[in-house]
Design a protein around this ligand. Structure first.
Ligand code: SAH
Ligand code: SF4
Ligand code: F3S
Length: 478
C-alpha cells in the first residue's frame, strides 16, 4: 500500500512554496497526501522561527504526538523548515520521538531521507551550515535549491503560483532570525525563473507572485550588465498567458525609481507594494539596523505616490522593540496616520536567540505595554483601512476569482449553483461575492456594496470580462 503523508505549514509564503514542492516531490516518489493527521503514516511540520509563538505551537503539537508514537512506533514524525535549522538537536532533546529534522536548505532531499528512515537509519538530522565561521561559498552551497524540481501541477490553486526569485537574506536586521535560518542571499538566474513562469503559464496559471525576503534587492550578473528586479519584471511581463504579476517583500532602501517606473509602465504588474517600515522612530530603526532613516522612508513613500499614484502600499511593524519609548511609538503612530497604508501587519517584539538584538539589548518593554501598543496601532490602521475601502463603495472592480470563501467551504450545500466566492482586486484587496463555483480562475467584474477594514463585499456585475489569454489584468477601477 502507498504510504500516506500529512503536512502542516506555518510561516511565510516561502514556507508555503516549500511545502508545495515537498508535496510534489513526495507524490512523485509514490507517497499519497492525506489531510487528517490520524490517517497518515508520515506526519510533517514545516515550521517557522520568526517569533516565539510560532515555535511554541509546533513544540506543543509535537508533545501531543508522543503518545501516538508510543502506540504506533512505525509512524514517522518530521520537523522541516526554519525551526529545524535553528534548533537542530534541541528538537530531538525536547521531543525524542521525532524521526526527522530537516532545514529549509535540505528539504529537496526529503524523499531520499524518508527512504533512509525506512531502512532503519533514524533519527535523521539534515541541516545547512551555520553562517558564522565558514566561507560564504561553502555555506551557500549547503542551502540546496528545491525549486529545480518544481512540479507546479500540485499547486493548491491552478491559476496562481509563487515563483521564488531569491533565497535567504543578507540584511541582518538585529531582531530577525531569517538570515540565520534561510542562509545567504542568492538570486536565481533569470533563465531559470522565466522557464518556470512559462511552464506555469502553459499549465493555465494567470497570476504569478515573485518571492524573495527582500525581493527588490534581486541582482543577477549577466555579461556586461546587472539584471535587477525591474528588468526581471519586464521579462516576466512578456510571457503570454500571465495576466497579473506581484512581488513581495520589498526592502525600503532598495525601492528604486526604475522599479517604480516598471510598475507604472508594465500593465500586468500590480500596483501593490508591500514595503515594511517596522518603526517610525529613527532611534528604533537604528537599533534594528534597518539601514534607513524615517525621513528616507517618507521620501520613498513620496516617490511611490509620485510615480504610481494608485498603488496600494502595505507595511509590517514591530511594537515594543528593545528600548522603544512612548515617544518612539508615537512616531510610529504618526507614520501610520500619514502613510495611510492599505493594511499593516503588526507584531509584538519577540526576542530570538541567535540574533544581534538578543545578544545586545534587553527586552525591556513589558508585555502589557507591547500589547497595548499593538492594539492601539491596529485600531488606527483598521480605521484607515476601512476609510480607504469605503472609496470603493459603488465602484466596479476587476477580480481574479480564487474559489469558495471560507464560509462557503464550511457550508454543506456546496452543490448549489451559487455560493460565496472570494477573489482579489489588482491592488490585492479581498472581494467576497456570490457566484458559481466554476468562476474560479476567471476575471470577473464585481460592484462593491459594503466594506470592512479587510474585505470588500459586492455583487457580480452582469458584464463578464472576456478571458482570452493576452488580455491585460488592468483594473476597471481600483
Ligand atoms: N523579509 C521581510 C519580512 C520577514 S519576517 C522584510 O524584510 O520585511 C516578516 C515580519 O515579521 C517582519 O517584517 C517583521 O515585522 C516581523 N518580525 C521579524 N522578526 C521579528 C521578531 N523577532 N519579533 C517580532 N516580529 C518580527
Ligand atoms: Fe529579516 Fe530584515 Fe532580512 Fe527582512 S530584511 S528577512 S526583516 S533580516
Ligand atoms: Fe518564518 Fe522562515 Fe518565513 S522563519 S517567516 S518561515 S523564512
Amino acid at each position: 500500500m502507498r504510504k500516506r503523508f500529512y503536512i502542516e505549514t506555518v510561516g511565510c509564503q516561502m514556507n508555503e512554496l516549500d511545502s508545495e514542492l515537498v508535496v510534489a516531490a513526495l507524490q512523485e516518489a509514490g507517497y499519497e497526501q492525506v489531510f487528517q493527521r490520524q490517517q497518515a503514516d508520515i506526519i510533517l511540520f514545516n515550521t517557522c522561527s520568526v517569533r516565539q509563538h510560532a515555535e511554541d505551537k509546533i513544540y506543543s503539537a509535537l508533545g501531543r504526538l508522543k503518545h501516538l508514537k508510543e502506540q504506533k512506533p512505525g509512524k514517522v514524525i518530521g520537523v522541516l523548515g526554519c525551526m529545524a535549522q535553528k534548533d537542530q538537536e534541541l528538537i530531538l532533546k525536547r521531543a525524542p520521538h521525532v524521526d526527522l529534522v530537516v532545514g529549509p536548505g535540505q528539504v529537496a532531499r526529503l524523499p531520499e531521507l524518508l527512504e533512509s528512515l525506512a531502512q532503519g537509519k533514524g533519527p535523521i538530522m539534515e541541516v545547512s551550515l551555520d553562517r558564522r565561521g565558514q566561507p560564504r561559498q561553502k555555506v551557500q552551497a549547503s542551502f540546496l535549491n528545491p525549486d529545480r524540481q518544481n512540479r507546479p501541477i500540485v499547486r493548491p490553486v491552478k491559476h496562481q503560483a509563487f515563483v521564488r526569485v531569491m533565497f535567504g537574506c543578507d540584511k541582518f536586521c538585529t531582531y530577525c532570525i531569517v538570515p540565520k535560518v534561510r542562509g545567504p542571499e542568492q538570486s536565481r538566474s533569470p533563465q531559470e525563473i522565466l522557464e518556470e513562469v512559462r511552464q506555469l503559464a502553459d499549465q493555465g496559471c494567470v497570476e504569478i507572485t515573485l518571492l524573495g525576503q527582500t525581493v527588490n534587492s534581486y541582482r543577477w550578473q549577466e555579461p556586461g550588465r546587472t539584471i535587477r528586479l525591474a528588468d526581471l519584471l519586464q521579462r516576466v511581463h512578456e510571457v503570454p498567458g500571465i495576466r497579473r504579476i506581484r512581488f513581495v517583500t520589498n526592502y525600503p532602501r532598495d525601492m528604486s525609481r526604475e522599479l517604480l517606473q516598471a510598475v507604472r509602465d508594465l500593465p500586468k504588474v500590480c500596483p501593490y507594494l508591500h514595503v515594511p517600515a517596522q518603526s517610525g522612530s529613527n532611534a528604533v530603526l537604528k537599533r534594528m539596523k534597518r539601514g534607513y532613516t524615517i525621513e528616507e522612508y517618507y521620501e520613498m513613500l513620496a516617490s511611490i505616490r509620485e510615480i504610481v499614484p494608485e498603488a496600494a502600499i502595505t507595511s509590517d511593524f514591530i511594537v515594543g522593540f528593545c528600548g522603544e519609548t512612548e515617544e518612539d511609538f508615537e512616531q510610529t503612530v504618526r507614520l501610520v496616520e500619514a502613510a495611510r497604508f492599505k493594511n499593516s501587519f503588526i507584531f509584538k517584539y519577540s526576542p530570538r536567540p541567535g540574533t544581534k538584538a538578543y545578544e545586545l539589548f534587553p527586552d525591556d518593554v513589558p508585555d502589557e505595554v507591547k500589547r497595548r501598543r499593538n492594539n492601539e496601532l491596529l485600531a488606527i490602521q483598521n480605521r484607515i483601512s476601512l476609510e480607504e475601502n469605503q472609496r470603493f463603495i459603488g465602484q466596479t472592480v476587476e477580480v481574479l476569482v480564487e474559489g469558495p470563501s471560507k464560509m462557503a467551504e464550511r457550508q454543506s450545500e456546496k452543490n448549489s449553483s451559487s455560493i460565496q466566492l472570494t477573489g482579489r482586486t489588482v491592488c490585492d484587496r479581498i472581494v467576497v461575492f456570490e457566484g458559481s463555483a466554476d468562476l474560479a480562475g476567471q476575471f470577473v467584474k464585481v460592484t462593491i456594496k459594503e466594506v470592512s477594514p479587510v474585505t470588500l463585499f459586492g455583487e457580480l456585475s452582469l458584464a463578464r470580462l472576456d478571458t482570452h489569454a493576452d488580455r491585460l489584468g488592468a483594473p476597471v477601477s481600483a
